[in-house]
Design a protein around this ligand. Structure first.
Ligand code: AVJ
Length: 330
């Protein structure tokens, strides 16, 4: 089956946005670094390890929902064309792909489009999926959906595969601030048409006794994952961070309903970021925010999606009600 690849990003996209993000984040007060830079090779491996930790329930909970409910979800959406934002390894998506293949009559074509910023993730996933699902039409698009959502979702003229089911899994929407989320949902609503639908995986608010260990595990894998972002800045921008100067912090911010990961300087620290011609000081005890991971209630999601012009069309949780998969229509 045809395997098409499109690239919407300039060659230097990653270098340029990393530089901009690091300069903006390290010169602001309080200092911040965006979570998207966690995922170099080492960081992606550490994240995979996180998904296998006993404390990190979101991965297993979402997989439980998708495995048990994929047929129902695809039936409710009524789409033959899956479009995944931030597809990564596309691993959990297989349950949905299989449900779409089963629901597609022989004279129609099931399709899957993976959208990610990472070229290597896209290529590996496409290669794997094309071998596993020979009848599936596959497309991969390298794009940054925070900026180029319309281009990433655009269909070619003459393409009448019917409704698209856009999926955004893993709870990654929690990495956005409420303002970013509002912009994202508005942009998404703007490009979806009647017959399309949006499937979201979102983590749910629960006791801090469950939430905090999920982001501060006993084995220290999340700490290593958080600290690794300093190595990313070192290797890609010629900085001289010493990870031993920082410690991992995870706190539950009840007011904002999000987990915040931070790196705290354990002593006064002076850092040079050679490629940016930038010098930065941290005072002992100073904390830099590296990630928010927002947690939701059903009511909150309904409010935000309705504000953006969506209607609620489906809601599924795991048996322990820890995580949600929800369907929204324009
Ligand atoms: C991949 C963004 C869903 O927020 O739970 C895991 C990333 N950070 N442990 C999350 C993460 C710390 C994860 N997401």
């Amino acid at each position: 089956m045809a395997l098409r690849h499109r690239d919407h990003l300039p060659e230097d996209f990653s270098e340029r946005t990393l530089s901009e993000d690091v300069r903006a984040g390290l010169t602001s007060s309080p200092k911040t670094l965006p979570p998207k830079w966690f995922y170099d090779k080492v960081g992606s491996e550490l994240y995979e390890e996180i998904t296998r930790l006993p404390e990190y329930y979101p991965f297993a909970a979402e997989r439980e929902i998708l495995m048990a409910r994929a047929t129902e979800i695809v039936g409710a959406a009524g789409c033959r064309h899956l479009v995944e934002l931030g597809s990564g390894s596309s691993e959990k998506t297989r349950a949905l792909i299989e449900a779409v293949l089963e629901a597609t009559p022989e004279d129609e074509q099931a399709a899957y489009r993976a959208i990610d910023v990472s070229d290597s993730a896209l290529r590996a996933a496409a290669e794997h999926l094309s071998r596993r699902y020979p009848t599936l039409e596959l497309e991969s698009v390298r794009a940054d959906f925070e900026h180029g959502l319309a281009e990433a979702l655009a269909v070619e003229d003459g393409d009448d595969r019917g409704g698209r089911l856009v999926i955004f899994l893993g709870g990654t929407i929690g990495n956005q601030t409420p303002a970013q989320r509002r912009r994202f949902l508005a942009a998404l609503r703007g490009v979806l048409e009647p017959g399309d639908a949006f499937l979201l995986g979102a983590d749910l608010v629960k006791s801090p006794e469950v939430l905090v260990p999920a982001y501060d595990d006993a084995a220290g894998v999340t700490a290593a994952f958080n600290l690794n972002v300093l190595e990313v800045v070192n290797s890609r921008l010629g900085a001289n961070f010493d990870a031993r100067d920082f410690r991992h912090v995870a706190v539950w911010d009840a007011e904002n309903a999000w987990i915040e990961m931070r790196l705290e300087a354990v002593r006064d620290v002076h850092v040079r970021i050679a490629d940016l011609d930038l010098q930065v000081d941290f005072a002992a005890g100073e904390q830099m925010r590296t990630e928010i991971s927002a947690k939701f209630t059903r009511e909150r999601l309904v409010d935000e999606f309705e504000d953006a012009g969506f209607a609620a069309s489906g809601w599924w949780t795991d048996d322990a009600d820890r995580f949600s998969v929800s369907l929204w229509t324009p």
